[in-house]
Write a protein that binds this ligand. Structure first.
Ligand SMILES: Cc1cc2nc3c(=O)[nH]c(=O)nc-3n(C[C@H](O)[C@H](O)[C@H](O)COP(=O)(O)OP(=O)(O)OC[C@H]3O[C@@H](n4cnc5c(N)ncnc54)[C@H](O)[C@@H]3O)c2cc1C
Length: 431
């Protein structure tokens, strides 16, 4: 292995991962800490994958591998942030080094890179391969490959049979879990709700059936429980009126078979299509580190720092407190990371950097036909919040599409006005 140190007298901030959390954190650190730091982002791919709009793209007839990839290097270059394409293989927090294997060409050795600050934004492994029978009998939309495979089947192979849509059980780590953070049985249930609604519309439009073909299921007491009880009750009432079926407390997906789907609670459904979201599992090399919980998510407090290694931060899906695993929460966390590093660099006063923050669920899901649902809520977390906003209609759809456009046009930087404007439009405008 070779040692690489490249910082001169500036502090070297190494950001692992360059999707929503990694890019956002690098940009915030640059904004707030300026030339006190030198930032390097490492990712195995040189583009940002705009995952949340993959379902919308396939239902509207576009290929997400053509429309949802944003050039990461260009976005970073605008701020003078370095990018290195490599597979991250190990982290040594005591030695303050990360082992990476360049992956532009096969055959590269492992190199070691040193850091003063480390930001772990590596997301999670979407463990489809843990679901028995998935390869033969399962579909998903978690990436462009699977989304294209699914829509091809629906267009050319679908016989009009029953469809199950839902999540496998999320195995959340409990070591270091703060009391305010509930234990979730599903990692992120905006997507299954969105998928059921937009697929129902897609089927109706094409004369292939409709909401009545679809059963939405959840391992939990209530689907999308992080959105708050009032919101979910309204969503479920609307869905049931449209004809969707619903099963709760299935515990987990036991297996997928030629006949259908079997659940861990003993129930099963005869299905033609199983459209599933897996467990969000931490990357294997993160498990067993002194900064990780027992499954491998990175332990942080609300300042996104690891309590034992305060120069190690995590944000986005890789962080243990990011539950649900929602890009919107990761986005809120990148702001905190930027502020904290700026505080250490002396470029932001402590009272501003330490301003209290609590996570909020913000989710916009496509419903098909130019409509979407918008959820803004904080009642699930144990901070005593009581906000539970649900809106459905064309404004929310416009926000979903425009947000992505603004994101791509501005290299991931959403202008400061656009978030409050989106919130105002979604919450105050008549639908
Ligand atoms: C179908 C679907 C719909 C969704 N819809 C929404 C939504 O509407 N709203 C919302 O807020 N959230 C949504 N989410 C969740 C959202 O996509 C995630 O929360 C978000 O992508 C997390 O961002 P991240 O940067 O933390 O992780 P990721 O997006 O997973 O990025 C991790 C990055 O790290 C890189 N990486 C990982 N391991 C390595 C390694 N060993 N070496 C090098 N690089 C590595 C990856 O290449 C990737 O670029 C949805 C998720 C799915 C699956």
């Amino acid at each position: 292995m070779q040692g690489i140190q490249n910082v001169g007298d500036r502090k070297h901030v190494l950001v692992l991962g360059g999707n929503f959390a990694g890019l956002g954190a690098a940009q915030k650190i640059h904004d707030y800490a300026g030339d006190k730091v030198e930032i390097t982002v490492i990712d195995r791919k040189a583009y940002l994958d705009y995952i949340p709009n993959i379902p919308l793209e396939i239902f509207e007839g576009r290929d997400p591998s053509m429309t949802m990839h944003m050039d990461l290097v260009d976005a970073l270059k605008a701020d003078g942030i370095a990018f290195r394409q490599a597979e991250v293989e190990a982290i040594d927090v005591k030695a303050q080094t990360v082992s990476v294997r360049p992956n532009e060409r096969p055959g590269a050795p492992v190199h070691r890179i040193g850091y003063d600050y480390l930001v772990i934004a590596l997301g999670a492994r979407l463990a489809l391969d843990d679901i028995e029978g998935f390869a033969e009998y399962g579909h998903t939309v978690t990436d462009a490959f699977h989304a294209n495979r699914f829509i091809d089947y629906m267009k050319h192979g679908y016989k009009g049979g029953p469809i199950a849509v839902g999540s496998a059980r999320f195995q959340q780590g409990l070591r270091g879990k703060p009391d305010w953070l509930p234990t979730a049985l599903a990692a992120c249930e905006g997507p299954p709700v969105e998928l059921a609604l937009s697929l129902g519309h897609w089927l109706s439009e094409r004369g292939k059936g409709g909401p009545g073909n679809i059963t939405l299921f959840t391992p939990a007491e209530m689907i999308a429980e992080d959105a708050g009880e009032k919101v979910v009750e309204q969503l479920l009432a609307a869905a049931s009126e449209m004809g969707f079926h619903y099963m709760n407390k299935v515990a987990d997906i036991k297996r997928l078979t030629a006949e259908g789907i079997e659940f861990a609670d003993g129930r099963s459904l005869e299905t033609e299509v199983n459209l599933v979201l897996p467990n969000w599992k931490p990357h294997a090399f993160l498990k067993g580190l002194p900064i990780s919980d027992e499954v491998g998510f990175i332990i942080t407090d609300l300042s996104m720092r690891n309590p034992d290694y305060p120069n190690v931060f995590a944000c986005g899906d890789a962080a243990a407190i990011t539950v649900p695993k929602l890009g919107a929460i990761g986005h809120q966390e990148t702001e905190i990371v930027g502020r904290q590093i700026a505080k250490d660099m002396g470029t932001m006063p402590a009272e501003k950097a330490d301003a209290p923050w609590q996570p909020e669920v913000v989710c916009i899901g496509d419903m098909g036909g130019g409509k979407a649902f918008y959820i803004h809520s904080n009642s699930w977390f144990g901070f005593g919040g009581d906000m539970q906003i649900l809106k459905m209609g064309r404004t929310a759809y416009a926000q979903k599409v425009l947000y992505k456009e603004a994101f791509f046009r501005n290299g991931g930087r959403i202008p400061n006005w656009s978030l409050p404007l989106a919130e105002w439009a979604s919450e105050k405008l008549p639908f």
